[in-house]
Design a protein around this ligand. Structure first.
Ligand code: ADP
Ligand code: MG
Length: 382
C-alpha cells in the first residue's frame, strides 16, 4: 500500500520536452487512470513512475520518500504491459515465479505458496502447468498480471493491458481488473486511450493532452463538468456534440447564442465577461437533446440516419456547413426515420459553453437529470 506524489515532473528526450511540469497525487489504494490521445505522454509518465525512464526535473515520492534515484524493484512497483511478455518456454507457474526467484532468495516451499495464492486470485490455479501458447489472450494477460503481483508490489502499474484483446474479452478482463482492485485494495495506476475503460475502472481520471494535465477528477466530475473543450470532446461515448457559433447576448445567468447551421439556443452559464459576437462553442450531450416537429418559423435539420441499439437509438441529423452530424439519443421504440425534417431542442441547463480558447464558462444551474423524452415527438411520423 502506498501513495504516490509527482511534484513538478518534467521529461525531456533529446531537446524535446515531452512531459511538462506535472503535479499529481495518487492516494493509497486509489485506482487512477491516465487517459488521452495517442502520443500525449501516458506511457512516458507511467515509465517515469515505474523507474524505467529517468526523471529530467522534479521529484517523485512514494509514501513521502523521494524515489527518483531508486530502481523499479526498490520502488516496489509491478508493471503490466500491452504485450504480455511471457517466457514462451516456461509454464504458467514458472512465469509467475520468475520475479520471485530473482530477488527474494525465498525457499521453494515459500515460492510455491506465493504462486498458488496469486494464481488463485486470478483463477489460474488449474492452468499452472500450461505453456503460454496453450492459453487464450485473456489467460495470458492474467499470467502477466500474476507475475507483476507475485512480488506483492506497493503499486501496480498497467500500460494499456487490454488493447491486444478482442472486444468481448476486453470487457471481461476489465471486470476482472476491477474485482482484483476491490479485493487487493492496492494502489493502481492504469494507462488507456479508451475512455470507456477509464470511466468504468477509475476512482480518479487524469486527462492528459500534449504532455500536460487537462483535468483531474472522478468519472462523474469529468462527464458533468468538463473544464475544457478537449475534455468535453474526449470523455463520453458517443461524444458530446460540439457546436460552433457566436454569442448573441451575453448574460450572467443565461447566455443566448447563434449556432452555425442550427440557429438560436440558450445556455445556463455566465458569459458576462465576453462581448456579443464572440466566437463560442456550445457543448450538448446526445441525451440532453430532444426532437420536435418544425413550426412555420423553424429551420429544421434533415435526419440522415437512425442507429438502433436495442435499448436506445441514436438519430444523426445533417447540420448545413458542419463536418459532423448532430447526434440525439432517443428512447425506443423510436418513430424517427431518415429523410424527416426535425428541430433539435437543447436543454438549457445541460448545455456547456466554451470561449474561443476552449475554456468553459461557469455554469449557473445544476445540470438536469437525463431528460430523454419522446413527448414532443408523438405523431412525428407522418
Ligand atoms: N525513448 C523516447 N525517445 C524519444 N521520444 C520518445 C521516447 N519515448 C516516447 N517518446 C515521445 O514522447 C511522446 C509521448 O509518447 P508516449 O508516452 O509513448 O505516448 P502515449 O503513451 O500517450 O501514446 C511521443 O511524441 C513519443 O514519440
Ligand atoms: Mg503508450
Amino acid at each position: 500500500m502506498a501513495c504516490v506524489e509527482l511534484k513538478n515532473i518534467t521529461k525531456t528526450f533529446g531537446n524535446e520536452e515531452i512531459i511538462h511540469q506535472i503535479d499529481l497525487r495518487v492516494e493509497d489504494g486509489e485506482f487512477v487512470v491516465f487517459v488521452g490521445p495517442s502520443g500525449c505522454g501516458k506511457s512516458t509518465l507511467l515509465r517515469l513512475i515505474a523507474g524505467l525512464e529517468e526523471i529530467t526535473d522534479g521529484t517523485l515520492e512514494i509514501d513521502g520518500e523521494i524515489v527518483n534515484e531508486l530502481s523499479p524493484k526498490e520502488r516496489g512497483v509491478g508493471m503490466v504491459f500491452q504485450s504480455y511478455a511471457l517466457y514462451p518456454h516456461m509454464n504458467v507457474f514458472e512465469n509467475i515465479a520468475f520475479g520471485l526467484k530473482l530477488g527474494s532468495g525465498a525457499g521453494k516451499e515459500k515460492i510455491r505458496e506465493w504462486v498458488q495464492k496469486t494464481a488463485d486470485v486470478l483463477q489460474l490455479g488449474e492452468l499452472l502447468h500450461r505453456k503460454p501458447r496453450e492459453l487464450s489472450g485473456g489467460q495470458r494477460q492474467r499470467v502477466a498480471i500474476g507475475r507483476a503481483m507475485a512480488r506483492e508490489p506497493r503499486i501496480m502499474l498497467f500500460d494499456e493491458p487490454l488493447s491486444n484483446l478482442d472486444a468481448s474479452l476486453r470487457v471481461q478482463m476489465r471486470n476482472e481488473i476491477a474485482k482484483l482492485h476491490n479485493r487487493l485494495q492496492s494502489t493502481m495506476i492504469y494507462v488507456t486511450h479508451d475512455q470507456v475503460e477509464a470511466m468504468t475502472l477509475a476512482d480518479k481520471i487524469v486527462v492528459l493532452n500534449k504532455g500536460h494535465i487537462e483535468q483531474v477528477g472522478s468519472p462523474f466530475d469529468l462527464y458533468e463538468n468538463p473544464e475544457s473543450l478537449f475534455v468535453a470532446g474526449f470523455i463520453g461515448s458517443p461524444k458530446m456534440n460540439l457546436l460552433p457559433g457566436t454569442l448573441a447576448k451575453p448574460g450572467a445567468d443565461t447566455s443566448e447564442v447563434a449556432l452555425d447551421g442550427i440557429g438560436p439556443a440558450r445556455c445556463a452559464c455566465d458569459s458576462s465577461r465576453l462581448e456579443a459576437g464572440a466566437t463560442v462553442t456550445l457543448g450538448i450531450r446526445p441525451e440532453h437533446l430532444q426532437l420536435r416537429k418544425p413550426g412555420p418559423d423553424d429551420t429544421p435539420l434533415e435526419v440522415m440516419n437512425v442507429e438502433y441499439l436495442g435499448n436506445e437509438a441514436y438519430v444523426y441529423l445533417d447540420v448545413p456547413g458542419a463536418s459532423q452530424p448532430l447526434v440525439v439519443r432517443q428512447p425506443v421504440p423510436c418513430p424517427v426515420v431518415p429523410g424527416q425534417s426535425l428541430v433539435p431542442v437543447i436543454s438549457v441547463d445541460s448545455a456547456h459553453l466554451f470561449d474561443d480558447n476552449g475554456q468553459v464558462l461557469r455554469r449557473t444551474r445544476a445540470p438536469a437529470a437525463n431528460e430523454v423524452g419522446d413527448a414532443q415527438l408523438e405523431g412525428a411520423q407522418g
